[in-house]
Ligand binder design. Sequence first.
Ligand code: BG6
Length: 478
Amino acid sequence: MKTYQFPKDFLWGGATAANQIEGGFNEENKGLNIADVLPGGNERYKILMNPGFDFEIHRDQYYYPNHEAIDFYRRYKEDIALFAEMGFKAFRMSIAWTRIFPNGDELEANEEGLAFYDRVFDELHKYGIEPVVTISHYEMPLHLVKEYGGWRNRQVITFFERYVKAIFNRYKNKVKFWMTFNEINSSLVMPIQGLGFSIQKEEDKYQPTFQAYHHQFVASSIAVKACHEIIPNSKIGCMILFAPVYAFDSNPENVMYALQEEQLFNYYCADVQVRGEYPAFMKRYFKEHNIELEIQDDDLELIKEGTVDYIGFSYYMSRTEKKVKTDEEEAQGNIIGGIRNPFLKASDWGWEIDPVGLRISLNKLYDRYQKPLFVVENGLGAYDKIEEDGTINDNYRIDYLREHIKAMSEAIEDGVELIGYTSWGCIDMVSMSTGEFSKRYGFIYVDKHDNGSGTLERKKKKSFFWYKDVIATNGERL
Ligand code: BG6
């Protein structure tokens, strides 16, 4: 039997985002952010995919699951102790921008928000767990959305700069690993969360979307440079949603189409953030979509100087593409598009399960960039059942993770430099796309349900003990 190997200092752990775990949405001066106005259930998915969202809270109509989430805000000590029990080397989390700058445009940071993350980082260090921090994970201050139009507005760069400098200065002795924007490329399909505005009409999407992206690239470079200056031994990465694109068949038209989709979705943002310049294929794309970017004098130089140290990415699925699709084919695809791949099974939410795709992704990214890679999200959203004896036998999750971990080891053998793996949703939390609690990813079960009921009690699943053993043997016993 093959043994799977990982580097000695491999960063095993789990991943979360502030808005999906913390709750305490208005505690200690925290301001509202985008996640606070997204309702649970089907409505959320429709909002994310459709134009015309109003960014208001309608309590009479909806339940807002992120307001309490799983109350990590109060229970972080208990949760971190459980992560430590599993042997985590790293914990990926994000800082809620609105705890630090409640509206986003203040001049002074909110001391209570800063103090909260001090406590969390101290608790992690108590157990030797390395924090891996996403600076912006779908949590833009609502005030910047409503008053400034989100990332469309260049002024937001200045507010972001203030925010990143405040957190780098405050946590310079506590956090070494950073990432700028979560799944920056996802805004190409879901602009609301990443770019902070809703497109009113389909045909109006190009110019504002790509202008907003330009602002994020400048902001990302400012963050990278500031991080290196303020925290000399730090590593700061980009974070992309990577889903390798397969052509449905060997028809060259489909192969070309798959390549173009891959360029736009998987590589456009990473090329800018890793290589420091807009890729050649975007020039044609901008021309064909009548996009004229407003670029200020020093922007391109700044982007060149502020390139990232590593590539963080999420991997959940591959995507299969065909140039001409029927509506029916289209409807059966994954959340990010494409058509059904006949060789793959899918999760209960229709996300196709493809461990080999992770090895492919790692090879593609390393071939292209030759920078260290970090799988900062990967996991299976599934319904879990508590047995009569109180156990939760999530063998399906163990199978999923085992195959993906094997794929990473294969990629390492292929020569890929991979520094860590933080599986998504190490503890059950609010789903980003559906706002459900029943879409569970965790090694730790949380008693919280789609209608908001539940005691919030934590319970170890079978996968908890399995992952603990994986970490203890550095991936040798899977
Ligand atoms: C990623 C996001 O796209 O997928 C996370 O960065 C998210 O925030 C994760 O939770 C899983 O998606 P979902 O919709 O199942 O929660």
